[in-house]
Each structure stands twice: as C-alpha cells, then as structure tokens.
Design a protein around this ligand. Structure first.
Ligand SMILES: Cc1ncc(COP(=O)(O)O)c(C=O)c1O
Length: 439
C-alpha cells in the first residue's frame, strides 16, 4: 500500500460503529454525526418526487450521458453561474461526477504528490484525507479562528503559502463544513489577492452556496476571482436534498489563464471519459427541479427553518461557560470548541447502565486519546447523542461538531439542552472528583 492510504480516515462514519453498539443494547441514538438531511426526516416535496417519477418512466434516463454530463444540464448550470455577473462560463466548463466526493478524490489524484493544496482546519475530511493521501503525508492547513467568527487566520495562510513553495492551490469551503461560517466579501478578496501574489489555483467547495439564512448570503468564487484560474465544486446532496443521487460537478473558471490549469481540466475530463460518465437520472432532474416555480420558495422555507434552529442553538449554548460558540450562518453544522485549559482526563458524564459503562470503559482505553474524543464517547454513553470530535477534522482544537438538521423543533431544542447540560456537567466533573477525594 502507498503510505498515503493511512491518511484515509472518516470519523464521521467511524463513530457510528460505537453508536451501533449502544443501539444494540436497546437505546435510541440521536444521530448528530452526519450531514444527511434524509436521515433526519427531511421530506422531499411531492412536486420534486413527481419530476423524478416522470424521469423514471422515460427510457432516456437509463442510458449513458455525454462523458462531461448532459449538455442541456451543463448549459442550464452555466447560465445560473453567469447570472451572478462574475466569471462567465459555458457548458464546456462544467464536468459532472458521481457526487462531489468523487470529484474531490479525482481532483487531488491527478496532481503530483509534491504539489499541495492548502485547506482550512478544522477540515472537512473528504478533502483533507484525499489531499493527504495524494501527497503521502499529513495535510497542510490554514487555521480557521474560533476567536474571530471562524474567519481564516490570513497571516497563517499567507506565511504557510510564502514559505512552502510546494503549495499550488488554496481550498476554500464556503459556507463551511464543519463550522457553519459564511465568508464576507473582504475575506474572499484576500484569498484572491494571496492567490494572485503566489500564482495559485483557487478551489471553492460551494456545495452549501444556497443554504444560508438569518440575513447571510454566500458570495460565489466566480464573483471575486477575476481572471485567475479556479474551480468551483457543487452538488445536489444538500440542496435538494438528494445525497443518494451521487451527483456533483466542477465549474472551471478561466481555463485559458494558465497552461498547467488547462492541462488539469483536460486530465479531469479524460479521467471521466475513461469511466464513461456520471450518474444520469439526477442530471436530467436538475434543470427540471431548479426551474420549477416551487423550488425557490421551497429552499427558502427550508433555509428559514435551519435559521430558526441556529437561533435556538445560540439561545441554548451561547452562554455556556468554558466553550467558544460561534453561531451558524450557513450550511447546517456548528463546531463547539472547549477552552482547552479546562479539559483533563478525569472528566466524565454519568452512565448508569453497567453494560454501557463497560463499553465506555473499553473505548476509553484507546491510547493517546484527544480530550475531545473522551467527551464524545462520554456523551454517546451518557446521553446517546452521537457527535464528531474536532480532533478528527485535522485540528489541534478540542471540541465537536453537531448538525442543525433535526426538523422537529422541540426535539432539536431538547437535544441541545441536553448537550448544554452535559458540557456543564463534564467540565465540572473532575472538580467533583477532586472534592470527593479531599473529604
Ligand atoms: C463541504 C462538502 N463537500 C462535499 C461533500 C460531499 O458531497 P457529495 O454527497 O456530493 O459527495 C460534503 C458532504 O457532506 C460536504 O460537506
């Protein structure tokens, strides 16, 4: 195996194995680990199902598409981008993949191992693992700062780019997974100016571009990039939502601006040609769904509901002592960071059932376990809430990621109340032990 194989790690799914063990003991798990709206009882509107049902009864849906993707769909998507009045593209600048996960894997795979893409930390692991696997080493990251609204630490980015000539591109995730941040224009313009200064490719994962609320809106890479080379990555897993469709695409900006970039785009197209094409049915559905009169109001209502949950989360967690909390502005995640000096290996949550206790004790044997993982295991055993530790998002910060997907507002409120109570209990728990010991 290549050494890079060891970099492939996806704790978002890994934690599920542990949760299943608790489930087998007869408990219901509150799944907060994965961004799958369908798993959280998001319902697909009947007009959308009718479009898909119609396509299912059409023989064309069962064939191959052009290797780049259906021409009409690519034309439709190019037109949507062009309405933003930034970089203009044609159908030729769009390439379909089997989900954005597939696009991400392909993107890094064709770069030589010494050509590095620097990405945000905390990192969405599909990017960081794929980048690290291609380079046969750990990922290179710039810090997102929980003390400054999760905005990127631009000095950190600048210095890493300046002193690491292997870096050929910058990854931006906007709106961001796992922080829920939406970048203001000045931040995006700073990325562009650094890319210009060091002759870098800009890659923006914009899968959450249309999932913003409470007055925030995501500015697209195509609006700020000017004449630099760039790739935007988009998909329908979150927006429709249709994660099981495995359908995502790349938009290439300014393909002619550099010889190397053009070659990368051609290589990606050739790679898709070898595979024949991406999934057909969702591509046929995209223009029909996105141009349906109900689509914009439907998405707005779904966003408004996430926005309401973001406010509930802020009410519940905003004043908890010992954590850094930034409200969610886009996508549907929040990353809560512990004040690191407050964490230690003696902290715990109450677990009454001896069988669950035995499982937890066993999990806690893991060597060199980061403190946030201890909390996550305790939370799973105590409250049966399954979250993902931040240490598994390529970060030195200690905390955890939650989702804002629970559609039942009362269940959502109760979950975050339990979470807030658990954080308070956990942070106080080692003091309780210390006090008990002295008496
Ligand atoms: C930032 C980001 N990019 C890409 C993906 C993967 O999307 P897809 O389902 O299209 O593979 C996700 C999924 O959670 C994501 O959060």
């Amino acid at each position: 195996m290549r050494p890079g194989a060891e970099e492939l790690n996806y704790e978002i799914r890994g934690i599920v194995k542990k949760a299943r063990m608790i489930e087998q003991l007869g408990y219901d798990i509150t799944w907060e680990n994965i961004g799958d709206p369908i798993q959280k009882s998001n319902t697909i509107p009947s007009w959308m199902k009718a479009i898909v049902a119609d396509l299912v009864s059409n023989d064309q849906s069962y064939g191959y598409s052009d290797s780049k993707g259906m021409l009409e769909t690519r034309q439709f998507l190019a037109e949507i981008n062009n309405r933003r009045k930034g970089v203009q593209i044609t159908a030729d600048d769009i390439l379909f993949f089997n989900g954005l996960g597939d696009a991400i894997a392909k993107l890094y795979q064709f770069l030589i191992p010494t050509a590095r893409i620097i990405g945000p930390s905390p990192a969405y692991s599909t990017h960081s693992s794929a980048e690290a696997a291609h380079a046969n080493t750990s990922p290179i990251t710039y810090m997102l700062d929980p003390d400054n609204n999760w905005y990127p630490d631009m000095d950190d980015l600048y210095n890493k780019v300046k002193y690491n000539p292997g870096i050929v591109g910058i990854l931006i995730i906007n709106p961001d997974n796992p922080t829920g941040m939406v970048y203001p224009k000045e931040v995006l313009e700073r990325f562009v100016s650094i890319a210009r200064e060091f002759n870098l490719l800009l890659i923006a994962d914009e899968i959450y571009q249309n999932i913003t609320y409470n007055g925030y809106e995501a500015i697209a890479l195509s609006e700020v990039i000017g004449d630099l080379p760039g790739i935007s990555m988009k998909g329908i897993s979150k927006e429709f939502p249709w994660p099981g469709s495995r359908c995502g695409w790349m938009e290439f900006y300014n393909k002619e601006s550099s010889k190397e970039f053009k070659k990368l785009c051609t290589t990606l197209e050739n790679a898709k040609m070898i595979e024949v094409c991406a999934t057909m049915l969702p591509q046929l559905a995209i223009p029909k769904i996105m141009s349906h009169p109900e689509y914009v109001p439907y998405r707005k209502e779904a966003n408004d509901r996430i926005g309401r949950r973001s406010r509930i989360m802020e009410e519940t967690l905003g004043d908890v002592k010992g954590i850094k909390f930034n409200k969610t502005k886009g996508a549907f995640y929040n990353t809560i960071i512990f004040e690191e000096s407050l964490l230690n290996a003696d902290q715990h949550l109450p677990v009454d059932d001896p069988k669950v206790r035995a499982l937890l004790d066993n999990w806690l044997q893991e060597k060199e376990m980061p403190h946030d993982k201890r909390f996550v295991y305790n939370l799973l055993a105590s409250e049966k809430i399954c979250v993902v530790p931040v240490s598994s998002f390529c970060s030195d910060l200690r905390g955890f990621r939650v989702t804002l997907l629970e559609e039942n507002e009362e269940v959502f409120r109760q979950t975050f109340k339990r979470l807030a109570d658990s954080i308070r209990y956990y942070l106080e728990s080692s003091k309780k032990v210390a006090l008990a010991d002295t008496h």
